[in-house]
Design a protein around this ligand. Structure first.
Ligand code: ATP
Ligand code: MG
Length: 580
């Protein structure tokens, strides 16, 4: 038995969850919801869940007997303690995953089935995080299955990219496999469908098939299937050429659901497969492979995006005809952002047409693009969890992702000054001095830096343009100056130092000192499409001077350029703007 009575903290957490659930459901808490919420707050309880369930049931029963006033009182007493737990595991607030139907603790199997035909993006992160969260919630298993049955588009590079993406997200599947591993098994089931007359070999040309689908007409290959028994072996022995024949499911050509109008189950593709080489040229479609694989892999809850909705009927009918076990199917909405292509189908042409040269371009919502831009995997996960699992096709704002990330990177980003398009500033009356600046206002572990200042400084042109003769300005972290002369043509300012007192009423600007700065660039990514048109300004390079302390930083280090935003160091002379 778990030490729950001994662990008053754990007991209180369970009570708190039970009460909250009771308030949400007319005073009647649900044990399954409490279990999943407890695991979300205290993932370490997952391994002890069997022992904890009786405890939860007992607490649920106790609380069910309380009056509303008693419940409220207990809830208030527990609140401060629960808040502390929440700080530790603040996923609690963000998990909006309803319980799964027909799910048993320890027996849930989910799977993430990407096609290795491109680099994974934040939409895939959504899918795999949902799969993983549900597997964790029920102490179940997650399968990563490469859906690799279309060799034309697939490459080893992409299998690796998907594995790397999952590793970055800190997702460790319990099993990794390929649909292509099971090609012979899929052939066996495919042939079974044909022999049982639930499918047939069709030799109509593509256009004819299309036209018949549109006209809701059955073709001779279907109607007179019995007249062409030799076609079956001819097909499966690989004697047809590409586009000469396909195997089609015998659906319903009159169905309102177009996916049921005799969809293709196998086609011939003469292309080297990244894992199997040239051994096979008959390839199952997703429609056939997915249900067979899900069923044989023991998947209990198959989740996919809503655009596959029309294919559900086919999925279940194939399993029905093959007398295979049927998983539950759960749908969720595709993740999309305004102006960003969250789809390989849209990203690939950008790469292939050299509009964007790298998959890790910081404008792309690929996982490597987000990483290179400076997003953390933790922020991606928190963002996805905050969306929950819904069917609503709303486009969340990219700023939500940014705000999750900001909270994470704020404490370990070194504050530095960068001046864009530098303009010279002379001070007439100051002395050379050394100053020590903290690298972070409240994280002392980031240390400090020494800056030598003399009488020549640089400031950003944006600041220069706003300054007028006689203005008083504070050079941040240094002292106040009064502008004496402005040379607009040469972009040079001359000023006097006045005093060191911090005053709220004068503008503050960042600066770098002559001799203490280096040439530096910041890449600023923006959305790729504006009103459906490619945004020519989607990647702007800001050039200027940065404090020479930047030379001590390494790629991946994080900076907050004061008054500009958070950046990730990309190479010796460039940072990428993550967000403001
Ligand atoms: P793409 O348009 O990127 O090619 P896809 O659905 O063809 O998308 P797959 O590799 O087949 O990509 O997808 C693997 C899984 O990821 C599927 O379950 C799919 O539903 C899910 N997925 C893909 N894109 C998104 C997205 N934008 N939002 C949520 N889930 C997604
Ligand atoms: Mg796909």
């Amino acid at each position: 038995m778990v030490e729950v009575d001994g662990d008053s903290n754990l007991k209180s957490i369970i009570q708190h969850i039970v009460l909250k659930n009771a308030f949400e459901h007319d005073g009647k808490p649900r044990v399954d919801v409490v279990i999943s919420r407890l695991i979300a707050v205290k993932p370490e309880m997952r391994s002890k869940i069997k022992e904890i369930i009786p405890v939860i049931k007992k607490i649920v029963e106790e609380i069910s007997y309380m009056t509303l006033i008693e419940k409220k009182k207990l809830f208030e007493n527990l609140f401060p303690l629960f808040e502390k737990e929440k700080e530790k595991e603040d996923t609690k607030k963000t998990v909006h995953f309803p319980p799964l139907v027909n799910a048993k603790i320890g027996l849930v199997v989910t799977r993430f089935p990407p096609e290795p035909n491109g680099y994974p993006h934040i939409g895939h992160a959504k899918a795999v995080i949902i799969d993983e969260e549900y597997a964790k919630m029920y102490n179940g298993k997650l399968i990563l299955r490469f859906d690799d049955t279309n060799p034309t588009n697939e490459k080893l590079e992409y299998y690796k990219a998907i594995l790397d993406g999952l590793e970055w997200l800190n997702i460790k599947p319990d099993l990794i496999k390929n649909t292509s591993d099971d090609i012979e098994i899929i052939y066996k089931y495919g042939k079974e469908l044909v022999l049982k007359k639930n499918a047939y070999v069709c030799i109509c040309v593509q256009n004819k098939i299309k036209e018949n689908r549109f006209l809701q007409q059955e073709c001779d290959c279907r109607v007179n299937q019995d007249n062409y028994p030799e076609r079956i072996d001819h097909f499966f022995d690989g004697n047809f050429n590409e586009n000469q024949a396909v195997v089609r499911f015998k659906g319903d050509m009159k169905s309102q659901n177009t996916s049921m109008r005799d969809p293709t189950l196998f086609r011939i593709i003469n292309h080297t497969h990244p894992l199997l080489g040239d051994k096979y040229n008959i390839w199952p479609t997703y429609d056939l492979a997915a249900p067979i694989e899900d069923s044989l892999d023991g998947v209990t809850h198959a989740m996919r995006t809503k655009e596959y909705e029309l294919r559900n009927e086919l999925y279940f009918e194939i399993l029905d005809k093959l007398s295979l076990r049927k998983p539950e199917m759960i749908e969720f909405s595709r993740l999309e952002f305004e102006g960003l292509p969250v789809s390989k189908r849209k990203i690939k042409p950008l790469i292939e047409n050299d509009i964007i040269t790298r998959w890790d371009d910081p404008r792309l919502p690929t996982l490597i693009g987000l990483k290179r831009r400076g997003f953390t995997a933790e922020a991606v996960r928190k963002f996805i969890l905050s969306l929950g699992i819904t069917l609503a096709e709303t486009k969340p704002s990219f700023e939500i992702l940014e705000s999750f990330n900001r909270k994470i990177v704020d404490s370990d980003s070194i504050r530095l000054f960068f001046v864009k398009n530098p303009c010279k500033l002379f001070i007439n009356n100051n002395e050379a001095e050394k100053i020590l600046l903290k690298n972070h206002p409240n994280n002392d572990s980031l240390g400090s830096r020494e800056i030598h200042v003399n009488n020549i400084f640089y400031i950003a042109d944006d600041d220069f343009n706003k300054i007028k003769k006689g203005d008083e300005i504070r050079l941040m972290e240094l002292y106040n100056i009064k502008i004496d002369k402005i040379d607009d043509k040469e972009k040079i300012l001359t000023a006097f130092m006045t005093d060191r007192e911090i005053r709220r009423d004068i503008p503050k600007i960042q600066w770098v000192s002559d001799g203490g700065c280096v040439d530096y660039s910041i890449l600023v990514p923006d959305i790729l499409f504006k009103n459906e048109k490619f945004n020519e300004d989607s990647l702007v390079t800001l050039t200027g001077f940065c404090e020479s302390h930047i030379n001590l930083l390494e790629p991946d280090d994080r900076i907050q350029f004061v008054r500009m935003g958070f950046c990730r160091v990309d190479d010796a002379s460039t940072a990428i703007m993550t967000h403001k």
